[in-house]
Design a protein around this ligand. Structure first.
Ligand code: ZN
Length: 293
């Protein structure tokens, strides 16, 4: 029996076929062309999926990693950074295209699942998977299964409030973690400080921060404070970092120390790991959803 996973990203759509032992049978990547709109995206996913179906056997459903989530009450997409998907019945339209059940999961849960089964967090019981990129998200895996919660928000630490009455967040609240330690928030803060546009990885790796050490100190302090809250509440066996900011090496040294300093325990042993699957976590996570619902 084969599993098909498709990762629907803002710039590319990637599909994979895995066998029952999670070996890769086939894999293909195409561009999303999201500027062509919703119908075109449906057609591209459909073409890619049908091509993968030809090379697979006994596929029971198609599993898709999506930016944003399906609103289960009305069956349409919400919170997606691919704007043309918002309000559209993506799942229903894809089931029509494939004549198969379609299951969808958000990218943070797919990332956490893939890393816990095939990546850096393999072998750990409770895994907290973090995505730090343009936004901040997360997913919780318990013994190889996604923990979603009755409100479908488990792991969404990006909108946990770090500073009451702090910075505005796009979600409508103030002071969310995402408004302080997402790539976009940190880059905006840097621009306000220096008048220059740089990526977080460059600010750290090229040493630009040395002219404004307070920027780096705040970043590390906020990272530590935000993740220490997660440890205090779920005490995972490990934390695995993904997204563009997972490439920032000081998060595994200074960042880890800042986390440990704030946890409600003198002894903290939680490993903070760098992901192993990189950009491929989404597509592997999608395929692994096949028996993970
Ligand atoms: Zn928020």
């Amino acid at each position: 029996m084969h599993k098909i996973g498709i990762d629907l990203g803002g710039t590319k759509i990637e599909g994979i076929v895995l066998d029952k032992n999670n070996n890769t049978i086939d894999r293909k990547r195409i561009s999303t062309n999201r500027e062509e709109g919703y119908e075109a995206i449906i057609n591209r996913i459909s073409e890619l999926g049908h091509e993968l179906l030809e090379k697979s056997i006994s596929v029971k459903q198609i599993c898709i990693c999506t930016p944003g989530a399906l609103d289960p009450t009305i069956g349409v997409m919400k919170n997606s950074n691919t704007l043309c998907l918002i309000g559209e019945p993506l799942q229903k339209d894809l089931e029509k295209a494939f004549e198969l059940p379609v299951f969808m999961e958000n990218d943070a849960n797919c990332f956490a699942l893939a890393e816990s089964i095939l990546g850096a967090a393999k072998g750990y019981g409770v895994v907290f998977g973090v995505i730090m990129g343009t936004g901040v998200g997360g997913g919780i895996i318990i013994n190889g299964k996604i923990h979603r919660g009755p409100n479908y928000i488990a792991g969404e630490w990006g909108h946990h409030v770090l500073y009451p009455d702090g910075r505005d967040c796009y979600c409508g609240n103030k002071g969310c973690t995402e408004a302080y330690i997402s790539g976009s928030a940190l880059e905006k803060e840097w621009e306000e400080l220096t008048g220059q546009k740089h990526m977080v990885t460059d600010i750290i790796e090229k040493g630009f921060y040395k002219d404004h050490p307070e920027w780096k100190e705040r970043f590390i302090l906020n990272f530590g404070r935000a993740l220490s809250h997660v440890i205090d509440i779920i005490d995972p066996n490990c934390i695995v970092l993904g997204g563009g900011l997972s490439k920032v090496d000081i998060l595994y040294s200074d960042g880890k120390d800042a986390v440990y300093a704030e946890v409600f325990s003198k002894q903290v042993v939680t490993p903070i790991l760098k992901n192993k699957l990189g950009d491929s976590a989404g597509v592997f996570g999608a395929a692994l959803l096949d028996n993970n619902q």
